[in-house]
Write a protein that binds this ligand. Sequence first.
Ligand code: SF4
Length: 329
Amino acid sequence: MSEFILQVENLKTYFPIQTGVFQKTTGYVKAVDGITFQVDKGETLALVGESGCGKSTTGRSILRLVEPTAGKILFNGEDLVSLNQEQMRKKRRDLQMVFQDPFASLNPRHTIQRILEEPLLVHQLGNEQERKAKVYELLEVVGLNKDQAKRYPHQFSGGQRQRIGIARALSVNPKLIIADEPVSALDVSIQAQILNLMEDLQEEFSLTYIFISHDLSVVRHIADRVGVMYLGSLVELAEKDEVYEQPLHPYTQALLSAVPEPNPDVKKERIILSGDVPSPANPPSGCKFHTRCKYKMEICENEIPEWAEVGKGHFVACHLHSESSHLGT
Ligand code: SF4
């Protein structure tokens, strides 16, 4: 039986649109608009989708780096949304984030020693000697060496900087790491090294990952399950192989059709989506994907498709796969 480390229930994160001299709220950008999913201990759940689909805001909302508007975020059964700032600060020892841009996420004026010590100081862990030893250990764990502790971020390559970003996240022994596009700023060969490192660390430290990416080739390498987001909503969620081999949602099918096929004998038809992604401030009625979907039916404009489990652990929100719609009832 699976054991959830994280349960996200009907999470919404809206940002007010303020206009005029009095900054009157005239609407909301619905960055995350009512998503529900669970994460098993020790797994890697990938959240994918185009830029602006809400995947990064979902990660930040879980850590409360942005404040959720509604919903529950149960971490080992405890609702993070109900914690005050001090309680949440302490809780972040268990939930850490690795950011996309290793260049921007490391303070250029601090040595690596100081950068890696900082989370230990914030969480009041260890004395000076112990912190120093921990920094050396972390550098070894991520494939660097202790002599590099005195250097500054600009003295490292992009891949090495991401190793440092991972070491910083690991310093407080977290249980869950949210990695937001952790390899998208890196060359392909370096990407593979970082993904392999993340897999090794997952096993060594019993980590759970939420891996956020727009790149379905990268996700295929690392994910156990994949959730596809569109305009702030989850549209499909399943085991990785099922998503890649039997995608049900038309949006997932379109995304996957753009992924390069490594086998030249396999011919794949590219599905070109018509139109632009609508604004999350004013999303389409009914199914938010209806403005770009070639299978659109009348019901799609008027009724939000329910989030239904159509196979074991395979969830999809589409009227094509909802009993009440395709049976014509
Ligand atoms: Fe397309 Fe309708 Fe399914 Fe939306 S609900 S993805 S518009 S078929």
